[in-house]
Design a protein around this ligand. Sequence first.
Ligand SMILES: [Fe+2]
Length: 331
Amino acid sequence: MKRKHFLSFCLLVPLLASCGGGGNIPITTEDYGHTLSMSGDEFKILQLTDIHWCLSTNIPRQKEYMDLLVEKTNPDFIVITGDSLFTATKNIASALYDYIDSLDIPYAVVYGNHDMQGMWSNAWMNENVVRENAALSILNDEIPGFTNWYIDIEKDGETIWQLFGIDSNSYQQDGVSYDYGYIHEEQVDWYESCVKEGVPSLGFIHIPLQEWKKAHEEDPDGIIGEMTEGNSPSSTPSAFFESAKNHNMKGIFCGHDHANDWNGLYEGVVLGYGVKCGKELYYGVSEDGYDITGAALYTIRSDKSFQIRHIYLDNDTFEFTGDVSWEDSAL
Ligand SMILES: [Fe+2]
C-alpha cells in the first residue's frame, strides 16, 4: 500500500510560500517517495494528459468521458502529465481534483507549462493537487519545479519497478522572449539520488526532451502512434535523457504536443507521447480519420517486461474508436 507523506495545511502553506528559498526541516530522498504494491503479476498505469479544463468546459460531460477511460482500463495508478487547466478558475481547478481524488485510485501529477496560469498562487495549486489519494508530496526544497517525485512498486517486499515524475519547469525568460522549460541539472542529480540500481523504471514529464526530435528523425514510423504536429521541446538541452538511459529507465512519456501520440525507440529507451485526454484547446486526427484523443495505458510486469497501449475515445460520440499496443518483448 502507499506510504503517505502528508504535510498538514498549517505546515504546507508557510513552506510553499518560501519555496525555492529552503526551509528548516531537513528533507531526505525518502520524503519524495511513495510505495505502491503489485498484487498480481502486473500493475497498470493510466496516463491522462493535457486535459485542459477551461471556462467553457462541460464538466459533467468531461467527467463521464474520463469515467469511461478509467472503466475501460481499470488502472492501479493514474499519472497526469500536465496542462490539466487553461484559463480556468479556482472552482474549475478544484472540481478537476475533486473528481480525480473521487476515483479512489492513487494518482500523481507533473505540472505542464499552463498549470500555474490562473487566478491562484503556486501554494494554492500545490495544495489543490495533493488530495487524499495523491501519491506525491510537494516539498519545500531547492530543486527546480514542484512536481518531482518517485514511486517504488513493490512485490513481496521488494522494489521491482520505479516510476518517476520530473517537472519540466513551464517557461524560461530570455530578455523579452520566452522559451519552454527543461529538466535542470539539479533535477538530474536528484533523480540519480532516488534511483535504485538495477531496478527498471518509467518516467513521466510534460515537455518532451530534445531527444524526441532525434528519435523521430531516426525512425519516423516509430513503434506506436502518430505525429501530426512537430515536437516542441525547450531550446535548452537537458542531461536527463543520458542519465535515465544509464539508470535502466525503459520509457519516458510526455504530453504537451496534443496532436501527437507517437512513440519511438532511441538508444534503447522508448520516448513517447501519451494520448490527449478529450478535445479541449486542440487535438489531432489520425491518418485513418479518428481523433487522437483518449489515454495511454502502461502495464508493467513482475518479469520486468512492459506494454504500451493507446486507447482512442471520441469526445463527441463517446465511442472507443481504436486500440493499439506495443510490447517491449518486440525488442
Ligand atoms: Fe504544454
